[in-house]
Design a protein around this ligand. Sequence first.
Ligand SMILES: [Zn+2]
Length: 160
Amino acid sequence: MKTTKSVKWELENGLTAECKITVTRDVDDDIAYADGANIDLGKKTYESIDVATYIDGKYINTDNNLELSDDKRLINTDAVAILANKIGIKIDTYTAIKKAIEEAIAEATTPEYTALKTIEDAKKDAEKRAYNIATERHNNLLKQGLCPKCGTFCYGDCES
Ligand SMILES: [Zn+2]
């Protein structure tokens, strides 16, 4: 689902700034395009977060989300983040925009999206765990002087 939110605040020069937040969370067909034959891989989740910044109604730029910044330009200011790569924002505005993003995400989340995302996350977790176990086994064999490929003291003979 697609949801939008708006946050407005006044800049120090008196102009009005606005963030238009658009969050999309969808379940799409996962299709591989192969030589004209489309292979249906099932369903996958899709998410996008756009934070579009306007000053006095004029479009400036769009960010994909908003994070606290340690940008050098913010040193000796009371700004904590940068919008559209040019507007420093204070903690109150940052908090208001983050809250609006969270609300937009919550409203864009359908039960179908949550169900599929849970499965995707579990799959990713399982893959990560399998990878960690394989890496650990490999490192243990190396530590014992064993060949990680065949698990014996072949000293590279199994490669030939
Ligand atoms: Zn070996």
